[in-house]
Design a protein around this ligand. Structure first.
Ligand code: DAH
Length: 331
């Protein structure tokens, strides 16, 4: 056998191999178990021939190995180049959603009270007349009890007209001290117009403890109003009436637009009405089994839509339900 010719042919084939598959074929052809060189080696009888064959085999093996590595590296480089992702390439921008304005305000108010150590509790949107009216000391014949004013499901069941029922449910479930807020939807039988929608949102607050006074209520509402409308705001209480508070007040905040000087937003009065509040009527404590001699409390209930409208000065409440992106995207 012409070992030199075989080696030359093998090395030429190695140099010509252009892919991993081809170099593998060359390896099988010249070094595989049934190829000429290994077969010859198996039959060799003298040391001299054996050494010559072995040397040739080793050189071919080395050449094949080297070429195989080279080809593999080149193939990897090519794949990496082909499959490269240019992460700096601009892509089509996805429109990002956002929270509805009312949800934003709801969370903001919740955060203020969580910061004061209050708990946020859930109420029920479907309520009984017991919790919506009787337990809140609404007298028989109160206009809100009418089917013309409220949305009844049957004689004893209605969509709550205010968040105040959660006061009763909370107090029934636990002993003082109680510091809670409850936010959610309320329903009234109103025809939609610029200042009325039949579904809106309230935040209800309730604090019951020993020694709570009207000054605590004022301090708490001052704090909330400054968080919502700016640190410069002053608050004022005016007497009012609610069945479940005594005394009852209506809270006013100095106008955040003109700072009290008078402008269209505050109807030139310098003050803006924000919502009801008062000291919890001791009758409610009797209903839920609290000792009215020992405990006092304050409560308040405000509309979130009102806060939204005052802050952003949009003229029509119905915008909050239209979901026109040109409106909702502003917030
Ligand atoms: N529930 C009243 C309403 O819807 C608001 C309100 C006033 C709630 C005084 C209170 C409060 O807790 O003390 O008009």
């Amino acid at each position: 056998m012409d070992v030199e010719a075989l080696e030359r042919a093998a090395l030429t084939a190695v140099a010509a191999a252009a892919s991993s598959d081809e170099i593998e074929a060359v390896r099988v052809e010249y070094l595989g178990r049934k190829s000429a060189l290994p077969l010859a080696l198996r039959e060799v009888r003298d040391a001299e021939t054996g050494r010559t064959l072995n040397d040739a085999k080793r050189r071919i093996e080395a050449a094949v190995g080297e070429r195989a590595d080279e080809l593999e590296r080149a193939e990897l480089d090519r794949r990496l180049a082909e499959e490269r992702v240019d992460v700096t390439l601009p892509v089509r921008a996805y429109a990002r959603g956002r929270l509805h304005l009312i949800t934003q305000i709801r969370r903001e108010v919740e955060d203020v009270f969580l910061g004061l150590g209050y708990r946020v509790v859930d109420g029920r949107e479907v309520e009984s007349t017991h919790y919506n009216f009787d337990g809140l000391n609404f007298p028989a014949g109160h206009p809100a009890r009418s089917h013309l004013a409220s949305l009844f499901l049957d004689e004893q069941t209605l969509l709550r007209t205010e968040t105040s029922p959660s006061q009763i449910r909370t107090m029934e479930g636990r002993q003082p001290p109680v510091y809670i807020v409850s936010l959610g939807r309320v329903y009234r039988r109103d025809t939609p117009d610029a200042t009325h929608v039949p579904i809106f949102h309230q935040v209800e607050g309730l604090a019951v403890d020993e020694g709570i006074t009207l000054a605590d209520l004022k301090g708490t509402l001052d704090f909330l109003l400054r968080k919502l409308f700016g640190e410069q705001r002053r608050t004022e209480f005016r007497t009012h009436y609610f069945p479940f508070t005594e005394p009852s007040i209506e809270a006013y905040v100095s106008c955040h637009v003109c700072d009290g000087a008078g402008c269209p937003v505050c109807r030139h009065s310098g003050w803006i009405e924000v919502g009801g509040a008062g000291m919890v009527d001791p009758k409610l404590f009797e209903f839920v089994g609290y000792d009215p001699e020992r405990y006092t409390g304050f409560a308040f209930g405000w509309g979130l839509e009102r806060i939204a409208m005052l802050r952003h000065e949009f003229p029509d409440l119905r915008e909050l339900w239209r979901n026109d992106l040109r409106f909702t995207r502003q917030f």
